[in-house]
Design a protein around this ligand. Sequence first.
Ligand SMILES: [Zn+2]
Length: 911
Amino acid sequence: MNKKIPLALLSAALLSVTVAGCNPAEKAPQKIDQESSAQMTALDIREAPEGKLPQGVKPSAYHLDLTLDPRKDTFSGRVAIDIQLDQAGNHIWLHGKNLSVTKATAQLADGREVQASYREVLDSGVATVEFSEQLPAGSFTLQMDYAADFDRNLAGLFKVEEQGNAYALAKSESIQARKYLPGFDEPGLKAPFSISLTVPEGYAAISNGPELKRETVPGGMEKVTFATTPPMSTYLLSLSVGPFDVVERAAIPPSKYRKDPIPLRGFARQGRGGDMNYILDITPKMVETFENQLQRPYPFKKLDIIAAPQWPSGATELSAAITYREQRILVGDNPAPGARLALVEVHAHEIAHMWFGNQVTPPWWDDLWLKEGFATWGEPLALRIMEPEGGHDLNAATYAIGAMQLDSLASTRAIREPVSDNNNIRNAYDSITYSKSLGVINMVDNYFGAEKFRPALGRYLEAFNGGEADSPSFYKVIGKETNTPELTETFRSFVEQKGVPQLELALDCSIPAQAKLHVTQSRYKPLGSPIATTAQQWSIPFCFSSDSGTQQCQILTGKEETLELAAGSCPSWVMPNAQGSGYYRWNLPEPQWQALTERFTQFAPTEQLSIIDSAFAAFEAGKLPAPRLLDVVRQSAKADKRQVITMPLRYLRKYRDNYLDDAERLAFLNFAQNLYLPLLSNSASSEDADQQMLHSALLGFMALVAEDPDTRNQLMEKATAFTGFNTERDPQTLNSDLYEAALTVAIQDAGEDFLTHLIKVRTELDDPRFENASANAIGSSNSPKQIETIQKLALSEQMGPRESFAMIRYALAQPLVQEQHWAWLRNNFVQVVDKIPAQIRRHTPAFANAFCDKKQLDELQQLFAQHGKLTPGYQRSLAQTEERIQLCMALQEKGQSLMEALPKSVALANK
Ligand SMILES: [Zn+2]
């Protein structure tokens, strides 16, 4: 349903389309408007759809022919769209933004040609095509000639320049395809694409279909024609052109589920093709693993892997042309362990998308989880099999627990909620959609059994092969295929409600032979939370274990339930999240916490993660005393697994940043040294990748949070040697996992000159990971003398759009210079918004995430009251940032109590 738009808003939108600026691409529509003023009166533009397009108009095929020369500033071409019209009409709604359409005609089925005019109506890229006469119901072909500017903020068809070469790439998700293609830019409106691109001679050209032929055309150009794709959504379009290195690989061999081999290629900017070996080496095995798990063939005719010189997100699953921000995959043959893990995770995610999203597509953005949640779940699904010892179950558990942070806010989203406004679409791309979905799917997979759930998932893919499926269709197929209706209810209650379930448990041993467990469910809320105490309930797959050694499971549906313990005697402990796969938090009376803490090291690592999370959650809800929480932290440092040891670090950082008195600095340092220095020295020369990652994480924590002088020195020396500051450059001293921590310490400790040096090194080293990390490090400068240099740099051409965003975010988290940077940001907000990628502008309120006081909160609200219109869709991020600041303030007393509970003076255990 379309909301009516207030007229005032509408005329503002119209004005911005037809009058805005000197962009030649915007002049033509104005001309068409004048010519077609006769029909304009007939069309009520207040009917312009702010969200979904009206039903009854569907594309059935696209023929796209573009001339793309990345050395130029504009591109042009023609699209012909076969359209099915359910009812006769004189106009249709579609999408297009800042396009200069010079000619539009409709070819009717009877061969007649009808004149048409194209007009952009809403700023979000809603356009209309009006016809000079009523078109009959049935099919027709809409043909449009058009031109537009290449985007410069990584949105739509954008160009970037790297090392003197220009590249053009299309980043269309979610609704940016309309910036280079007048069409139906909505995921559920799938159609086959026949694409040809005219590009400079010798340039690589990549699209979704395999290249069919290449012909020379006048003007030093070549026309590249691609095979027609299966029906696909516009957000998955790939159009990449530039002097890329092309790495040809042996085709992925046929498999049990597929008889044809899949040609495999890699693309990287000139000179960097050799750095793609790692990802290309693992790709065949990964494709095969997914085919086996889903029992379905890879759905496309080829697979290209593209390292984009710049890309607004980490990666995007363009069909058969997966595109990565280059620093995620140009890792050389021997990547640092953290870089390697990030690579295999993102690659598994993108490959999983070839089925989840690309083959079966959510019809609208409210069902984004059906592609993002399942692709995220695809990471541990495949990686567990490819690397059984890789700790991927634990990584998945930490991501799900990470989502609980956001899910604890009143201003969180449900995994699935209505998206009725184009400006809100991007807000669905958060850890709720990705990581909470992962947690919920994992919980279901574990509880109901992989052997039941996964084949059902395969049949769901089969049922909707090549088409679209929404959540109700998903629930229905899964419930039916597994013959487990409770499963549907579990999915529904977690997917369509926001918040984390909180289970309060009490053991009743009044009759020891008939021990009982009372469980009450509610929605988790921390101190100061505005979450209303309502009767919100979930259908929770609940498993607990106790000292009887058995595990008991039951679906909790009621507000309060009493479970009989199978053991028949009073247990000495109860673990309320057996296997740690439940997406919920829990709390016990304090003696029970003590019993768990004492046995901490005996629990499975995923259970240990649940204990740590629930302990911090109970503390922040005012239900667990500080000394008990510190015990849990101490126990976590005795665990075997990196993920368990590092779990509390994020919290410790928050408490130290916000609640630590100067007088307690030494106590914090002592506490951290006692826990983590022995672990640092144990892992220092380990060959094990996980130990190496632990080492890097602890070095960063000890240097930047605990401010341990020795660790800082060690990292500073590494950074100065690596960058050749007052010495010969030694590239071996630093692996890329440590770039950020080491460079940050050096920026803060190595003297004022290091900043100038680092800015220079950035231009000399062609190392994408270094570029990223050094931007963050520069943002972390705490020297008042460097403030101005940093602010200038953030807005300069020397910084990529994403790097600027990160740099400013880091700067605003530095207590010593925060106030000056904050004042600067407020005064230069327009320029900052202009500099950062279009896709992340809505996140600008999160610049204030590190704040914890009322004055800054007020200033934040004023800033967006004044400038919010520059960052459409900002409201979600603003509400969440405001709430975080308020919760941080509300936790003041508790947080201080934790810092005060640190032992005052402790001898160093093992330095
Ligand atoms: Zn994804």
